[in-house]
Structure formats: structure tokens, C-alpha cells
Write a protein that binds this ligand. Structure first.
Ligand code: NAP
Length: 258
């Protein structure tokens, strides 16, 4: 039976770079994002360049009913998924009270609920198949409370904790779970102008990540500076950590929101 890697958020940024890195290694792919018109050309291009089978599915993961329909398709379908990459993510940046609630809710639906639901559904399919691999994308923001990106940072803290816990639980099922914790990445879709120049490209992070997946790393932390930043909250008192995190996030707030 043909095997596929299913990647959410695969139409841009890190998800696209991971799709390309996996296609380069001969992986067949199922790409997921909201917009069909961006997924289709990506699927065609990856098929032509790497000779792999690339399917795509437009689904808004913030909509529980659409997500349920998609999950049902996966459960009832014939396709075998042996790698799940939960990369789709939404972010709000700025004061929590100033955001529309709908945006915060979408963020929580995608970053937490959809990710967990896909781990549950595809994890169960993998358990029946006797194994597989799951990669969840958290972020450095998840290692400490994140003033000025409060819900985003908290959602990434969930992804980090959830993924590490799942790894332990699934150890004997043959399902390997890893979590990627990148610092800022140059992303064409959600640029942070004052930070972008010094950040690695999605392609650099993707290459590092697929190599770390080969080694079944639990926590994938690209870059020495990020490894230090991820460790720092363990050395500092909590009050100082949140003050410093707030100062850093505020500095990079989109102009007018800080
Ligand atoms: N960029 C960074 O600096 C950075 C740092 C640390 C962690 N991360 C994490 O890395 C992941 C990718 O970030 P990125 O900046 O590379 O992303 P991006 O360029 O903003 O792309 C996001 C992807 O997710 C899809 N997506 C967004 N909302 C969706 C929804 N409701 N349903 C289905 N698909 C959805 C988008 O496609 P559609 O718009 O077509 O849906 C797109 O393919 C995220 O989880 C992010 O939190 C990013």
C-alpha cells in the first residue's frame, strides 16, 4: 500500500519547506491548507520536480465540522499515512484585549484542537498499522509565558507539553513523536519586519528537521542561540522570565500595536 506523509499548513512557510524536503527524499504527500488555489500549484510543482505522488485537501482546520469531515475521510479511506506533520498554525500579535475574539478562537482551534484531533485520529490509524511518526510544530514562544502574544505562546506551550507526553505514552506502539521548536523563521506570509533579516529561512529549518526526524529526536531545537533561549527559563525566576519575554515580544510587535 502506498504510504504518505500528511502535512498541514503545507502551502507556505515552514510547511511548504518541509513538504519540499520530504518530496526530495521520495516521500508521497498529502498537503492540507485552507486555500485550494495555493495548494494545487504546489502539488503540481512537487510532483513534477520530484516524481512523487502529491495529493492535496483544502480544509479550514479552525472549523470543527470541516475538520470532522476530513478526519472521517482519513479514517474510512485506504491511504496509509506513516508521517503526520502538524504545521498549520495561526498567530495573533499584540495586546490580547485588542484582538477580535474570533481570531483568538481560530488560533486555539487550529494550534491546539485540530493538532490534537489529528494526532488522535491518525495516531490510532498508525497504531493499527504497527507504527508511524508524528511531528508537531511548537515554537520557542512556548517555553515561557508570552506577553503580547499570550494565546499564541500558551498554545505552543500546549503543543510542547502534549507532544513530549505523547512520545512517552506511545513509546511501545512503534509511533515516534517529535516536536519542533523553532525561533523566528523568515516567513513570506507573516513577516516580522524587525526580526526577519537575522532569522533562518524555512528551508534551512526544514533540512535540519528532516535530519533530526531520522534520528528520532524528541525535541528539535534548531540553532545554538535558540537552544540557550529554551533553556534559560529553567535558570531564571518565573517573574523575571515573563518580564523579559514581554520586553522582547513588545519590541517586535507590529508597528502601532506595541
Ligand atoms: N514563522 C515563524 O517565525 C515561526 C516560529 C516558530 C514557530 N512557527 C510555527 O510554524 C508553523 C508554520 O509557520 P509559518 O510562519 O511557516 O506559517 P505561514 O507561512 O503563516 O503558513 C501557515 C500555513 O498554515 C495554513 N493555515 C493557516 N490557518 C489554517 C487553517 N485554519 N486551516 C488550515 N490551514 C491553515 C496556511 O495556508 P492557508 O492560509 O491557505 O490556510 C499556510 O499553509 C506554525 O505552526 C507556526 O506557529 C513559526
Amino acid at each position: 500500500m502506498t504510504r504518505y506523509a500528511l502535512i498541514t499548513g503545507a502551502s507556505s512557510g515552514l510547511g511548504l519547506a518541509l513538504a519540499e524536503a520530504l518530496a526530495r527524499r521520495g516521500r508521497n504527500l498529502i498537503l492540507v491548507a485552507r486555500q485550494r488555489e495555493t495548494l494545487e500549484p504546489v502539488a503540481i510543482e512537487l510532483t513534477q520536480r520530484f516524481g512523487v505522488e502529491v495529493l492535496f485537501r483544502a480544509c479550514d482546520l479552525s472549523q470543527p465540522l470541516r475538520l470532522s469531515g476530513f478526519v472521517l475521510e482519513l479514517e474510512e479511506g485506504e491511504r496509509r499515512i506513516d508521517l503526520l506533520v502538524n504545521c498549520a498554525g495561526q498567530r495573533t500579535y499584540g495586546p490580547f484585549l485588542a484582538h477580535e475574539w474570533a481570531d483568538e478562537q481560530d488560533l486555539l482551534e487550529v494550534n491546539i484542537l485540530a493538532l490534537s484531533r489529528l494526532c488522535h485520529a491518525i495516531g490510532n490509524l498508525m497504531a493499527i498499522q504497527g507504527g508511524g511518526q508524528i511531528l508537531n510544530i511548537a515554537g520557542l514562544a512556548g517555553v515561557a509565558p508570552g506577553p503580547w502574544m499570550a494565546a499564541y505562546a500558551a498554545s505552543k506551550a500546549y503543543v510542547l507539553s502534549f507532544s513530549e507526553a505523547l512520545r512517552e505514552e506511545l513509546r511501545r506502539t512503534g509511533i515516534k513523536v517529535s516536536v519542533l521548536c523553532p525561533g523566528p523563521v523568515r516567513s513570506s506570509k507573516r513577516p516580522i519586519p524587525r526580526l526577519d533579516a537575522s532569522s533562518p529561512s524555512p528551508e534551512e529549518i526544514a533540512l535540519y528537521t528532516v535530519r533530526a526526524l531520522d534520528k528520532n529526536r524528541a525535541l528539535i531545537l534548531p540553532g545554538r542561540r535558540n537552544r540557550w533561549l529554551a533553556f534559560a527559563p529553567r535558570l531564571l525566576p518565573r517573574w523575571l522570565t515573563r518580564k523579559l519575554a514581554g520586553r522582547i515580544h513588545r519590541r517586535y510587535c507590529p508597528a502601532g500595536l506595541e
